[in-house]
Ligand binder design. Sequence first.
Ligand code: ZN
Length: 612
Amino acid sequence: MRSPLPGPTAQAFLLAIAMLAACTPDGNTPPATDTTIAPVTGQEAVADPVHSAVAAAFAIDSEALMQRMLARDPAWSIYAGRYDDADRVTIPDAARRADDLAFAETELAWLARVDPQTLPPELRIDHNLLTNRLERMRWYLTEFRDWQWDPSNYNVAGPIGLILNTPYAPEADRLRTVMARLEQVPAYYQAARTNISNPTREHTELAMVQNRGTLNLLGDSLRERVAASSLETAEKDRFEQLRQRAVETVDGFIAELQAINDGLATDDNARPFRIGADLYEAKFAYDIQSGFTARELYERAVAEKNRLHDDMDLIAVQLWDEYFPDQDMPEDRLDRIGQLIDHLSDQHIAREDFISEIERQIPLLTAFVAEHDLLDQDPTRPLVVRETPEYMRGGGAGASVSAPGPFNPTADTYYNVTPLDDYTDEQAASYLREYNQWVLQILNIHEAIPGHYTQLVHGNKSSGLIKSLLRNGAMIEGWAVYSERMMLEEGWGEQAPEMWLMYGKWNLRVVTNAIMDYAVHVLNMNEQEAMDMMLREAFQEQTEAENKWRRITLSQVQLTSYFTGYAEIYDFRERLKADMGDDFDLKAFHNRFLGYGNAPVPAIIDMMQPRN
Ligand code: ZN
């Protein structure tokens, strides 16, 4: 799980982080040593002097708007790696919501006065991202209203954890910043209590679990850390007073949630976690920024599932006698695919070789991309493979990419790999079967080359503050998922049927996530039906499926982002190939696509569309 989210205003951005966090845990932004902001670059020359004057003014004004949005939201700043206002807590009360709404209306009115068609592509994307972000903020406040029914919006832990874990300033200074935040904890939770109205059971329970985590963060280890620090005695006493008061406040909040939850248990009219068709379509439009509607995307995903099953069955039939010479092939195609996957999963590396094997593969992937001329790479920005730092672990084993934030763009990019040390033999065996010799390669493609890491290197060249902070999660995840299939198509894995079979299983996870998210929230799919789909049609393990069900009950739309971005990129490429014939150049397509930064896929498609 990720660190708890702060209040509703920060939520918009944190959801964007969360999209990336499934692969790239947040809470790892390196210290902001440099607060200069990269200029918006890559603008195409605009010959028309009126247009270029408009563009120049918009570049300055839009950047200033972005800075105002950030300044209004200190928690967002902290997550983005800037700590100037880190002592300020946003109190999520009615006055704040009114202020947010007025801010959104004013800025939207200004944006509406700028015709995006008069702007060069880079700035048109910024206009699109800012407009969407503000419209989305207004919609969350006035229509979605999760500030009322999702108590897990309320938690003070996230920013405090980052301040404590990130050495951006001397220890004593950071403790003073935490002390200032502790001072505001009672007012924060008072506003939270006032806001909560008819919450769902699922989000109430989540809020209790996450706020118990907050009690740990504020507990003995913090007390001991302060006692051992270089703070003056009087400051230490004051800190301890505030810490105890914060603990009491969070305790009281949890007790109140418990009482609410007890009432919900017997309340047949309690709010359901399913958000229904109307809210789902709107949330999909704002959160994903897709060219599909949610319904179209769902239908596209169902078709993709059937296609994958067809492909995987051809492979199962082809390989059956080789791996099961003495065993009849099952009649049911899902049975035979599942048995073959199960059998092949035994081929995995030893647990002690997990990190060294990943290190070994990275240069091989780099070389493959270069030899096959797939896209530009930048040898001056190498990917550093490291063991995941202790404070980022928590969620068991895994791999993720930590990119430098917008305020220190020249920092290293890390590929964090968590060793399997904390696992029992049984847990390690299960994990290694999941990340068997084929899937581990696909994971490295997704996270590193040419997936997330490569996309970030390209994106950073053209990004600027707006594209960096308002990055589109569906584009980022979609690119990583697209890159898996593209690499296999180009010959990584030498077209081995085993590789394609395991790719099918891996990709089915993304496809069924998209199907289930829509089906559960809009079509009333129940838990048993979802579990059947995951276990039988996507060949998942019981534990993974149970965790996924829980995630579907707690989030909406986000699980579709991977498939949406992937399907849009892949479909667009196929359309271009059909239109351009022999003129289509894969490397040029990739370089150009990645050159627009973290923009929504439909916006990139609009820029890349051949015009008559
Ligand atoms: Zn990813």
